[in-house]
Write a protein that binds this ligand. Structure first.
Ligand code: C2E
Ligand code: CA
Ligand code: CA
Length: 694
């Protein structure tokens, strides 16, 4: 029996090669797992090459580490065959672990095939020695080597399969697994070597014709290292590339999600926006159509938000809106939608068991908002007005539902705010228009969109002009010329009548001054005062200032106050009127006969003129009652020493009748329409001339 010996350095190198080959194989399986189908087969082929070459060269270096007292050579054909077997079994193994799943039966079968492959690689490699006589194998060790081959294969396959996914610490785990696998492969090799007995007198048949000689080990080693290095490098670089691609894809997905979020949500509160709301309403409508049930749509508008914004700034306003959104959202079910569709406007879509449940939800929301908000160390108090529509019932599509909810919300606002209103068809009126008009009215003051028209007053006896009444007009940029009944009450409600009234007074006096300068002396200009102006403390002063500014005698200004205004708080009115009267301003009681005139007060009022309301004049012809009233008023006025003016004179018969009754002056479309100043003068001149000729 020939006694073999091992070069310990080559044994160590063979172990290193085995570990490196294992590591490369594991790394490649990771690549294969994430590759697309075509690239996958390329990776398997390349991997099989590298891994097969690695395992084979471990085996071959192991063979080279072994020496017998006789010189050895290796048959080229059989050596190449063993390399081929190594490549094929590696390819098979890689393919197996690249499958989506690896059940135990498949793992077992794979381990058997791969184990058989590794064993046949080894024993074919041994056969390449062409020993004469043949190698004598110890059956026990031979069987053990086969067992190790299958066992190592099973372990390798299992590890490789489990390590396919890129997880945390995958490189470290893979390194450890490579050591285990390498040791197993080497163990198989040296067990098989130990099984081989070379009888005394054997000689190597491959000597001379086969591979032999010094430096063969280095050649194999370097080639192997080169192959493994290329494989590993490619794999690592590709992994990097893939990781970067994956990162890119991830950030794209993220960006996409953010875009969707942005497109469908309000940036401040992160609540759904109008677009998403529209979609949800459509869904809710469809659901009701298919499965029945009902839902409510609530239009929520904050009261008193603007003052907060104005007083504390937009930043504070934003913070408050966020808090409001949180509070409103906090008590809703997940299937309900709360959207923010404008500055301080929210819309709530709630599914209901019963239509009646809407009331509870709305009441709760109103209550939630009415509690003080603590924002940036400030206590802020606002409230909410909610308009509610129900589906089915209050509209057929989202547009109509929203419009009606909006109308109901305005109703809630005008009913005193801090509450809710259910929609009713009657609300569809012009609530919204009114609000728009109010906003426009604010602008109108700033942008000076007001004009004064003048309507002449004539002496009833000689038909000479004695002055004019200034009548306010609003040149609205969209709606054109608006008459006072469209906006005066709005201006009164909002207090805007004060600056507007001051402008009227000033403008009328400026015009009067101009006319006096043109020679129309002896006229009076009449200006209407609303109740609000009349109660305003600054009235007397501003009248005095205006008169002074335009150098007008007080007596050329008539202030017209309606009977109702004058009688409302009679004592207070009396004081104001007295001061004006003391200044010498002419005072007229407008629309006389429509209020509850108290003769007692009328007697004490320092007025100079009574204006009979148009209503009596209009019906003068048909109704004898009105004629009686008018003559009573005239008689009363005369008894109190007041001038009597009739307004709204539209016909000759009215003119004659009123003149006969004893009215002092007349005003009406018959005698002159309200006109801008220039046309007014043109008309006056024309009337004068025709009077002169007649
Ligand atoms: P008012 O003081 O009774 O003014 C007379 C209104 O009757 C004017 O309407 C005038 O155009 C209209 N009128 C004149 N002659 C006739 C006629 O023959 N037939 C008919 N049917 N109507 C005639 P206007 O200009 O629309 O003004 C309506 C009301 O608006 C005024 O009633 C007055 O109360 C208020 N107003 C007008 N200008 C001002 C103003 O500058 N300040 C305030 N506070 N109120 C104003
Ligand atoms: Ca008037
Ligand atoms: Ca009047």
């Amino acid at each position: 029996m020939l006694i073999g010996s091992y070069s310990s350095s080559l044994v160590l190198i063979s172990l290193c090669v085995a570990i490196l080959a294992s590591y490369t194989a594991l790394d490649l399986t990771g690549r294969i797992a994430t590759a697309k189908s075509r690239a996958m087969y390329l990776w398997i082929t390349g991997g099989a090459l590298a891994m097969g070459f690695g395992i084979w060269s471990m085996h071959f270096i192991g063979m080279l580490a072994f020496s017998l007292p006789i010189p050895l050579g290796y048959d080229l054909t059989l050596t190449l065959l063993s390399l081929l077997i190594a490549g094929l079994s590696s390819g098979f193994a890689l393919w197996l672990v690249s499958q989506p799943s690896l059940p135990w039966t498949q793992l077992g079968l794979g381990a058997l095939i791969m184990g058989a492959g590794i064993s046949s690689m080894h024993y074919t490699g041994m056969a390449a020695l062409l020993m004469q006589p043949g190698i004598d194998y110890d059956p026990l060790l031979f069987s053990l080597s086969l067992l190790i081959a299958v066992g190592a294969s099973a372990a390798a396959l299992w590890i490789a399969f489990r390590l396919r996914q890129q997880t945390l610490y995958v490189r470290q785990i893979r390194g450890a697994a490579a050591v285990v696998m390498g040791v197993a492969i080497v163990g198989m090799h040296y067990t098989a070597m130990a099984a081989a007995n070379f009888p005394e007198g054997s000689f190597c048949g491959a000597l001379g014709t086969g591979l032999s000689g010094n430096g063969l080990d280095y050649l194999v080693l370097i080639t192997t290292l080169a192959v493994l290095a290329v494989a590993l490098l490619t794999s690592v670089l590709d992994a990097r590339l893939e990781a970067r691609t994956a990162e890119l894809a991830r950030s794209l997905t993220r960006a996409n999600q953010e875009l969707t979020q942005l497109a469908l949500h309000d940036t401040l509160t992160a609540l759904p926006n109008r677009t998403l709301l529209a979609d949800r309403i459509d869904q809710a409508i469809n659901k009701v159509a298919e499965q029945g049930g009902c839902f409510a749509l609530m239009f929520i508008d904050l009261d008193g938000f603007k003052p907060v914004n104005d007083a504390f700034g937009h930043h504070m306003g934003d913070l408050l809106l966020k808090e409001v959104a949180l509070r409103l959202r906090g008590h809703l079910h997940s299937q309900d939608t709360l959207a923010r569709i404008g500055g301080d406007e929210f819309v709530l879509l709630v599914e209901l068991q019963e239509p009646d449940d809407a009331m509870g939800v709305a009441a709760k929301q109103v209550n939630l908002i009415s509690r003080a908000f603590r924002v940036a160390e400030q206590n802020l108090q606002i409230s909410a007005s909610i308009g509610i529509v129900l589906f089915p019932g209050n509209g057929i599509d989202q547009h109509e539902l929203l419009r009606n909810a909006d109308a109901a919300m305005y109703h809630a606002k005008s009913a005193g705010k801090n509450g809710y209103s259910f929609f009713d068809v009657s609300m569809n009126s012009n609530a919204r228009l009114q609000l728009q008009l109010l906003q426009d009215l604010r602008l109108a003051v700033e942008q000076k969109q007001f004009r004064l028209f003048y309507q002449p007053k004539f002496d009833a006896q000689d038909c000479q002009p004695i002055g004019a009444e200034a009548l306010l007009r609003w040149e609205h940029p969209q709606h054109g010329l608006l008459l006072p009944d469209r906006f005066i009450s709005l201006a009164e409600k909002t207090g805007l009548i004060i600056p507007i009234g001051e402008w009227v007074l000033d403008e009328a006096c400026r015009q009067m001054r101009a006319w006096i300068d043109q020679g129309y002396s002896g006229w009076r200009i009449a200006v209407n005062l609303s109740a609000i102006q009349f109660c305003h403390s600054g009235l007397v002063e501003s009248v005095a200032k205006v008169l002074e500014r335009h150098q007008l005698p007080a007596n050329s200004l008539t202030l017209e106050i309606t009977e109702t205004t004058a009688m409302h708080d009679a004592d207070a009115s009396m004081a104001v009127l007295q001061r004006l009267s003391d200044m010498g301003v002419d005072l007229s009681i407008d629309d006389f006969g429509t209020g509850y005139s108290s003769l007692m007060y009328l007697k004490r009022l320092p007025a100079n003129e009574l204006k009979i309301d148009r209503g009596f004049v209009r019906d003068l012809e048909q109704d004898s009652d009105d004629a009686a009233i008018v003559s009573a008023i005239v008689a009363l006025g005369q008894a109190l020493g007041l001038r009597i003016v009739a307004e709204g004179v539209e016909t000759d018969r009215q003119q004659n009748f009123l003149t006969r009754l004893g009215c002092d002056s007349l005003q009406g479309y018959l005698l002159g329409q309200p006109l801008p100043a220039e046309q007014f003068i043109v008309d006056i001149e024309r009337a004068r001339q025709s009077l002169a000729f007649s």
